[in-house]
Design a protein around this ligand. Structure first.
Ligand code: 48F
Length: 261
């Protein structure tokens, strides 16, 4: 006989036990879009303890809808290798581009991140950052997305981490919160402030998303469209190579800084 209370006990006891094990991690990533998932997988493959908090109930961010909801993505050769590693079926379109099914790509990116050891929590929003006296981001302040949507004031909880990654896409939500709550902080942009995303220029967007993937403030790393939004870089539309390479680069950067420190 199925006992309803036993099902509730199974869910609560196992998820709380697991949550307790994730209160102090190496990397917290906000956002399970293409850049967040890629960054998470590469960091986890190097032995880092990684959690992703995703505001929505689904993975994939803006990638699942391909280009204007035609479920295809385009990637350049270098980035195609990242998808090949996780068995995404690629079609060579011409010498420069490969195409892939966006739903397949994002499903496999999610599965590969989980297989690498990443823990993904859906329906949780990173609403603020922990900044202690040493002027370094040292954790993420989290809450249920439903609480935010309902506009209720419910105090949040905290997960401490060596790094927090802003993979929140066009909104660059964490960088914006950092700037709004701490007007004196200086970001590593040319103005020390968030510059804002520029109109579409795919070639520039793809190039500069990678070169600007960096620690924008001690302990806060940017990846994906959050990079373009903070550093004043053009958008690029439904070409996703830069997004994947930015995710990989963000992971490498945290590992490098960690080793040097
Ligand atoms: O938007 P999103 O896919 O960001 P990305 O990884 O990739 C951008 C592309 O999809 C596309 C593009 C390519 O030309 O422009 O847009 O940079 O994924 C961002 C994810 O972050 C979640 C949001 O729901 C989405 O799934 N998110 C946003 N704010 C928060 C958050 C937050 N504060 N806490 C947790 N998740």
């Amino acid at each position: 006989m199925i006992k309803e209370s036993e099902i509730t006990r199974a869910i609560l006891s196992t998820s709380v036990e697991e949550f307790l094990d994730n209160l102090e991690v190496d990397v917290v990533i906000a956002g399970a879009g293409p850049s967040g998932l890629t960054c998470a997988r590469y960091a986890a493959l190097q032995g880092k303890k990684v959690v992703i908090f995703e505001r929505r109930l689904s993975l994939g961010g803006g990638m699942i809808g391909g280009g204007m909801m035609f479920p295809r993505i385009v990637v350049q050769k270098q980035a195609s290798l990242i998808l090949k590693e996780i068995n995404v079926k690629l079609k060579e379109y011409n010498e420069q581009y490969f195409t892939a099914d966006s739903v397949e790509a994002i499903s496999k990116m999610g599965a590969a991140a989980i297989d690498a050891g990443v823990r993904i929590y859906p329906a949780i929003v990173v609403e603020d950052l922990v900044i202690r006296e040493q002027d370094r981001v040292s954790g993420a302040v989290i809450n249920w997305s439903a609480v935010q949507t309902a506009g209720m004031h419910v105090d949040p909880l905290v997960v401490m981490s060596e790094y927090v990654v802003d993979a929140t896409g066009h909104e660059c939500d964490l960088a914006r919160t950092l700037e709004r709550k701490n007007p004196d902080v200086k970001l590593t942009t040319s103005t020390g402030k968030i510059i804002g995303e520029k109109s579409m220029w795919a070639d520039q967007g793809e190039d500069r998303i990678v070169s600007n993937t960096k620690e924008v403030y001690p302990g806060l790393v940017l990846t994906g469209m959050a990079v373009n939004a903070v550093f004043g870089v053009p958008r690029m539309g439904a070409i996703f190579g830069g997004m994947l390479i930015s995710g990989k680069r963000a992971a490498e950067l945290m590992l490098m800084t960690n080793e040097a420190g």
